[in-house]
Design a protein. Structure first.
Length: 280
């Protein structure tokens, strides 16, 4: 059977009463670990089919969910009300996975806003995972990115619509950028609240609380990322409290290192090697 034939989708309760998350499950034939993957801003779980299928082939059960306001999960499109919308849904999904596949170690990987989600989760819920992986995460937000910035007036309406301006600095292969722009499931309009209520307060929280993140962590960053300044990665890494931590900065790579045509397979293997060293 193919990867898609074995795939299962379900709506599960979120951390907020009355709201549900869309969860995608892909199980390996001989699983050695669980991997939860958290998508980024304006994305959805299906954009991570390539890494999910690769990880399943290499004996990982893979679980992906759409964040609030994204994909098939509940919530206003492109809107979040709090950093908890990121961290607490992640915590809920991790515990859901652990309760169903309790005999396997569980790791969490997040990209961009999903990386911020994982950093917030690790800072608020230390000791609950067997390891964290973040790729080009939104973190402390102290250095200006070349192609992306958000400046909101204090009195901005949280439901004010904003165009998704993500384009430059996304990937060095223009075909990947064009595919992102043309994807009808990608959110091309966001609401101010996703920044005002969640991502910007989340960055402030991380500045003061990354020392509480004590789970093993692999931090991956593209040097030429036009959306997240690599200097944020350097600063965040020094603040993280985990003794078992690694930071890899890739020359020439931009924001979507997991989609880079030349290097993504190497990076997938790097993640696998890092996790395998921490299996028990």
């Amino acid at each position: 059977m193919s990867f898609y034939d074995n795939e299962k989708s379900a709506m599960i309760p979120s951390y907020k009463d009355g709201m549900k998350l869309h969860l995608v499950t892909d199980l390996a034939d001989t699983p050695q670990a669980n991997l939860v993957i958290v998508h980024g801003l304006a994305e959805y779980a299906g954009r991570y089919d390539p890494i999910a299928s690769y990880m399943v082939k290499h004996d990982f059960n893979v679980f992906r969910y759409d964040q609030f306001g994204h994909g098939e999960s509940d919530g206003d499109r492109g809107f979040l009300s709090s950093p908890d919308d990121l961290s607490e849904n992640c915590a809920l999904v991790v515990e859901y996975v652990k309760s169903h596949y309790f005999d396997l170690p569980t790791f969490v990987l997040g990209h961009s806003m999903g990386g911020q989600t994982v950093l917030l989760y690790g800072s608020k819920h230390p000791g609950k995972s067997d390891g964290l992986i973040v790729t080009d995460p939104v973190s402390v937000e102290t250095h200006q990115a070349e192609h992306f910035s958000v400046e909101l007036p204090d009195d901005v309406d949280e439901h004010q619509e904003m165009p998704n301006a993500i384009n430059g600095g996304l990937d060095r292969d223009q075909r990947i950028v064009d595919k992102y722009v043309a994807d009808p499931k990608v959110l091309h309009t966001l609401q101010a609240g996703i920044f005002k209520n969640a991502m910007l307060p989340g960055a402030l929280y991380l500045r003061d609380n990354l020392q509480n993140l004590t789970d093993p962590i692999l931090y991956l960053q593209g040097l030429e990322d036009g959306l997240i300044n690599y200097q944020d990665a350097l600063e965040s890494y020094t603040k993280i409290g985990a003794k078992d931590r690694e930071l890899h900065v890739y020359p020439f790579l931009m924001h979507e290192i997991l989609n880079d045509n030349e290097r993504k397979w190497d990076i997938y293997d790097e993640v696998i090697r890092w996790i395998n060293k921490r299996l028990y």
